[in-house]
Ligand binder design. Structure first.
Ligand code: CA
Length: 290
């Protein structure tokens, strides 16, 4: 199995990224990832010296042989292994949902024991997920902290063990990278960060001969259309539009009928409210798409 070491990091997804390894469809690959703060906060006082140019590292990118623009990359998440006995969470003035209320810049170290994150006297079950996951975009470069059609910092808790993420391919070879694992996170990621941890992520890479507009996460029961845009209302509308289109095509329904059906079976929600582009998700139970 190929291993992509954690010193191969990018801070932006760009159309012309240089790959650090080449893989074939069907191959299993392991990515070693740094935490979203680049491992710079080991002590709660370290926030004072944080170098923001080393925030949101993603490991990669890898070139997937034989992939072309217009196809879809399918990445099955086989395992997410947290490689530390503690994580870190930060809250900063000017960031997060309550950006005008929070004061200063604070960090908290969170021990991780026996599958739980320890927050003071509380013990929270871990639910590891990948915050940043994506491919080379179509034209413009996106910092790894920003999500869009290529994926990126979608901070979606369903991007977890055993799920598959489908990403639109814009460049030959796809140029895939991932990072920013969270031990646990709630929808919204309200304070701007989660339990940020370094990890080893094992994935299986495949290709599909279909074109998608936005990333899609597939779990055992559901698919989630993930749309990331500067305004939440626009992201919710676009996620709904894509979900209705998928239902219309799968069930061979008119737009109006698919729209009505969506009103009965689709759950529209929020992945995160705190990154430069906000991520909405539209959940469709898979049984209605066959
Ligand atoms: Ca993130």
């Amino acid at each position: 199995m190929k291993v992509i070491p954690k010193d191969n990091v990018i801070y932006a997804f760009s159309p012309g990224m240089k790959p650090v390894a080449h893989v074939h469809a069907g191959e299993t690959v392991q990515f070693e990832t740094l935490d979203a703060l680049g491992g710079q906060i080991q002590d709660e006082a370290d926030v004072m010296n944080l170098d923001f140019s080393k925030v949101n590292p993603a490991t990669g990118p890898i070139y997937v042989e034989g992939t072309k623009e217009g196809q879809t990359l399918v990445v099955e998440i086989l395992d997410i292994n947290i490689s530390s006995d503690r994580g870190v969470i930060v809250a900063e003035e000017g960031f997060g949902v309550l950006k005008n209320v929070v004061k200063g810049f604070k960090a908290k170290i969170l021990p991780i024991r026996d599958g739980h994150v320890i927050f003071n006297d509380l013990s929270i079950p871990i639910r590891p997920m990948i915050g940043v996951i994506g491919v080379a975009p179509e034209r413009e470069e996106f910092p790894t902290g920003t999500a869009h059609k290529h994926g990126g910092n979608m901070d979606t808790k369903e991007i977890s063990i055993r799920s598959k993420i489908h990403l639109p391919i814009f460049q030959d070879g796809a140029l895939f990278a991932l990072g920013d694992v969270h031990a646990v996170m709630g929808d919204g990621e309200v304070c701007v960060s989660a339990c940020e941890v370094p990890a080893t992520v094992t994935v299986k890479i495949d290709i599909e001969d279909r074109t998608i507009e936005w990333p899609i996460v597939e779990t055992e029961e559901n698919v989630y259309v993930l749309v990331s845009l500067p305004k939440l209302e626009d992201a919710l509308e676009e996620a709904t539009r894509v979900a209705v289109k998928m239902i219309s095509e799968a069930r061979k329904l008119s737009f109006e009928e698919a729209y009505m059906l969506a009103s009965l079976i689709v759950d529209v929600g929020v992945s995160q409210l705190v990154d430069p582009n906000l991520t909405a998700k539209a959940k469709i139970p898979k049984r209605y798409l066959v």
